[in-house]
Design a protein around this ligand. Structure first.
Ligand code: DP6
Length: 323
């Protein structure tokens, strides 16, 4: 019997954003999404069976009753109540990048956890089911199960599917960190606030559905310029929806805006790149692999930029060891 599993997953950054839910309990997305998994956003998680309860959770060195740990315990409780898991577990999870600052930490964290748990589940789970279970834990985590360029399409109980495997992806990203403090309002709370309090929310959902279809076509044609333009517009539409909420939700700081302006300027000079921003101040530049180092070097010269990390496409969640 397996009593220890060590799993790894990579975070992903969405080109078409998931922002809004149709149902709070099943964690069903209101918008379809497409993202790129990135090798610089790695989480490793070890689970070990305990002889008795309660479960023990340590996420990034933090144990105790914080929000992240309680979310993990709720997942274990759900799995047990559905007969998917037995016994109690110690969960040890470590991110290899700044956590909670809009760097997709919930995607890689929950994907690694769900992948590890799937190995000790009471019945055999295929990748679709694992991705569904990851989506239930955190919407973006579904896409880190499959990795590469992955999509989650809205529906009754969606899972992610890989649209392009890493080896066929000629693009990567530069993650530009302009503030590594823990974000004040997490995605879960932020998207619900927009659904309830932003007059632009219905327009966001409608536009995003069109962007999703247009992005699938652009990817199919490997039309990088169209992909980039749709990525930027979709990101700005999501942030417009946030900013229009009452009270407003604004994740940007002056350096966020400075990077956005430089990105456009570099593009005009012939260095093709496109920005996207999640629920945090950090900026991600989408570019062809051969331009990533140049972009990172330039970004480091902008006032307010703390770090610029290049990131290549990564695969799906994996089991590294079992015992
Ligand atoms: C802005 O997946 O963190 O990064 O399902 O409530 O856990 P929950 O939300 P989460 O939201 C991600 C929001 C986003 C866009 C995206 O990754 O698609």
């Amino acid at each position: 019997m397996t009593t220890m599993v060590h799993a790894r997953a990579f975070g992903n950054i969405a080109l078409i954003k998931y922002w809004g839910k149709t149902d709070g309990n099943a964690n069903l997305p209101a918008t379809s999404s497409i993202s790129l998994a990135l090798d610089s956003l790695k989480t490793e998680t070890t689970i070990r069976q305990l002889s008795h309860g309660p479960d023990e959770v340590v996420v990034n060195g933090q144990n105790g009753q914080n929000g992240a740990n309680q979310r993990v315990i709720r997942i274990l409780d759900n799995w047990r109540s559905e007969g998917l898991l037995s016994g109690h577990w110690t969960i040890f999870s470590q991110n290899f990048f700044p956590t909670g600052a809009g760097l997709a930490s919930s995607a890689s964290g929950f994907a690694a956890l769900i992948k590890a748990l799937s190995t000790v589940a009471e019945r055999k789970l295929d990748e679709t089911e694992i991705s569904r279970l990851a989506r239930r834990a955190s919407g973006s985590a579904a896409r880190s199960i499959t990795g590469g360029l992955s999509a989650v399409e809205i529906g009754e109980n969606p899972s992610a599917r890989e649209i392009l495997p890493p080896r066929e992806i000629p693009w990567g990203m530069v993650a530009i960190i302009v503030d590594d403090n823990h974000k004040k309002i997490g995605s879960r709370e932020g998207m619900e606030h927009c659904r309830l309090n932003s007059p632009y929310y219905p327009a966001w959902v409608e536009q995003s559905r069109k962007d999703y279809k247009a992005m699938l076509t652009a990817v199919e044609k490997r039309d990088f310029t169209s992909m980039g333009r749709i990525t930027e517009s979709n990101c700005l539409a999501m942030h417009a929806c946030m900013m229009a909420a009452r009270p407003p939700l604004n994740y940007w700081n002056p350096a966020t805006l400075a990077v956005m302006h430089h990105s456009a300027q570099w593009r005009e000079e012939g260095l093709e790149n496109y920005f996207t921003i999640d629920a945090g101040p950090q900026v991600f530049l989408l570019a062809k692999k051969e331009n990533l180092e140049d972009l990172a070097r330039r970004a480091r010269n902008i006032i307010g930029v703390q770090q610029a990390l290049t990131a290549l496409p990564a695969g799906g969640a994996e089991i590294i060891a079992c015992g």
